[in-house]
Design a protein around this ligand. Structure first.
Ligand code: GRF
Length: 230
């Protein structure tokens, strides 16, 4: 099967982008990363992508009179790059409904919470504040509703006693780097698709769309976990 052409959209450091590029370095991975686009010219991830020989361009709001023309430019660039699938990886801009409609089923995002909990920003602090014992990350198809599209895959990460948002964010990020390549593989191979506003998985075992807290074992403090057990 031909590898799918994937473009990654970023705004900043691009560590999830790097994880996808790394996964695509395996010739058996069903994706090639053909471009990276940032809405910020100074995004660190742009240089990192260019250094790896990947076409890296910025399309900024400052160069466009309104959101619709920014998204039209983005759409044109994605078509020029012949993108099959678009991955949002820390792209900090809301996309217009016209754009999400055009790319429906081919546009995915990673969000640092177990959706539908904690849409939007500051997810780690909000998860700690909530008193929940489990947090995590989700990859979902993008629709016009922010962080509201159908969920493809999720990974759970325990909230440990003494966690602050930085510690928790670091543990979640490490798991994001595992989850995003897994979820993109499902979409690229047609095992995850969007139908009537739902994510349909086929030929996927339950584990295939879920990473358990075991995924971050080297970060776990087993004694703390034991103290949490009643
Ligand atoms: C990640 O936590 C991702 O889930 C969120 O923004 C952050 C981007 O980090 N959407 P990076 O740029 O991939 O390092």
């Amino acid at each position: 099967m031909a590898r799918k052409r994937v473009v990654v959209l970023i705004s900043g450091r691009g560590s999830n982008m790097a994880a996808l590029i790394d996964a695509a370095g395996d010739p058996n991975y069903p994706v090639e990363i053909v471009g990276v686009i940032s809405d910020r010219a100074e995004a660190k991830g742009l240089n990192a992508a260019a250094a790896l020989g990947i076409e890296a361009v910025s399309i900024t709001r400052a160069d466009h009179p309104d959101k619709a023309s920014l998204d039209a430019a983005l759409d044109a660039e994605l078509k020029r790059m012949r993108a099959d699938i678009v991955c949002l990886a820390g792209y900090m801009r809301l996309l217009t409904p016209g754009f999400t409609e055009t790319w429906a089923g081919r546009l995915i995002n990673i969000h640092p919470s177990l959706l539908p909990l904690f849409k939007g920003l500051d997810t780690h602090a909000r998860a700690i504040e909530s008193g929940m014992r489990v947090h995590g990350c989700s990859v979902h198809f993008v629709t016009a509703e922010m962080d509201g599209g159908p969920i493809i895959a999720q990974a759970a990460v325990p909230i440990l006693p003494g966690d602050d948002s930085d510690r928790l964010a670091a543990r979640v990020l490490a798991v994001e780097h595992q989850l995003y390549p897994l979820a993109l593989r499902l979409v690229a191979t047609g095992k995850a698709r969007m139908e009537n506003g739902r994510a349909i998985l086929s030929g996927v075992s339950a584990e295939g769309a879920l990473l358990s807290p075991g995924a971050a074992t080297d970060e776990l403090d087993i004694e703390s976990l034991a103290r949490m057990t009643p």
